[in-house]
Write a protein that binds this ligand. Structure first.
Ligand SMILES: [Ca+2]
Ligand SMILES: [Ca+2]
Length: 310
């Protein structure tokens, strides 16, 4: 849990916040708002490498489209002023990430008090950066500005996740994970080779790769996916694939080849490649399609257990 470690330097804080914003950006685009983001709900897989973290406790999450939300939900320290007023949107998650960023960078909470009323009173006025923790020799201007940006009182002026990800502070996130060049090459070969028009086979691929493939088997592809996804929105576009291909293979994919490949990989025809589609196709299929997994996948589709899939 994020709460178990207290001190983070700017680069570590930026890595954690970047991953949180990636996840929330994806959810917001899928029309889901979390509403209770706090350090207790952020799980780190590794306390030194922040490439992979998980956001948990989705009990308060709700579908969100355009309609305003009114129920006062969340944890006092992380609640946006408009949540306290009972009239808010998905931007409440951005505020909570701002509170977490403040805490990671300074080790202190921005809003506190003996009771909820005292905490809320602090959250309704511009955030204060005490000199002791926020002096220029300790924390950079970019970091401070980023926190201020996310803790913008006016909801309409506060950035969404995509805009927040474009802030210079996010550049502090360093990526130390290593990917074997062979795996990157193999991944492109698998993407180019993938051909099946069989809908069931495609569905089985996605099921197996998202449900049955171990974290270890996925780990390097996981890193590759995040690097290919230049704008951090959780999807790969044709342009992002083309860019990555050019960098790795030093040549450009012909547009016909790119279109064909894209049509194959985009299993749900959404016009973009999501994480499970990418993993399904990029994984070495022989490895992924072992008998045990096929059986498991078959049983999942065979809902009535008749031994046949209709
Ligand atoms: Ca993308
Ligand atoms: Ca898709």
């Amino acid at each position: 849990m994020l709460i178990k470690r207290k001190n983070f330097n700017e680069s570590e804080a930026a890595s954690i916040i970047k991953r949180m914003l990636n996840a929330i950006n994806y959810c917001h685009k899928m029309g889901i708002v979390h509403r209770d983001l706090k350090p207790e709900n952020v799980l780190l897989e590794d306390h030194h490498n922040f490439e992979t973290l998980k956001i948990c406790d989705w009990g308060t999450a709700v579908p969100y489209q355009k309609k305003r939300l009114h129920s006062m939900t969340g944890t006092a320290y992380y609640m946006a002023p408009e949540v306290i007023e009972g009239n808010y949107s998905k931007k409440c998650d951005i505020w909570s990430i701002g509170v977490i960023a403040f805490m990671l960078l300074s080790g202190k909470a921005p809003f506190y008090g003996r009771n909820n009323d005292e905490i809320f009173a602090m959250a309704k006025v511009p955030v204060v950066f005490p000199d002791k923790e926020w002096s220029n020799d300790k924390i950079s201007q970019e970091s401070r500005h980023f926190v201020e940006y996310l803790l913008t009182l006016s909801e309409s002026k506060r950035p969404d996740a995509e805009k927040a990800l474009a802030h210079p502070f996010i550049q502090y996130a360093t990526d130390n994970s290593k990917v074997n060049k062979k795996i990157t090459n193999q991944m492109f070969d698998n993407l180019l080779k993938f051909r099946t028009t069989n809908a069931l086979k495609k569905a089985a691929f996605v099921y197996m790769s998202s449900q049955l493939v171990s974290k270890e088997e996925r780990s390097e592809l996981d890193i590759i996916f995040k690097r290919l996804d230049k704008n951090n929105d959780g999807w790969l576009t044709k342009l992002e694939i083309q860019d990555a291909f050019r960098q790795t293979k030093q040549r450009i994919l012909e547009s016909k080849q790119l279109e064909q490949m894209f049509a194959q990989i985009d299993i749900n025809n959404s016009g973009r490649i999501d994480y499970s589609e990418f993993i399904a196709v990029a994984l070495n299929s022989e490895q992924a399609l072992c008998d045990d997994r096929l059986k498991h996948a078959f049983n999942n589709f065979d809902r009535d257990g008749s031994g046949q899939i209709t």
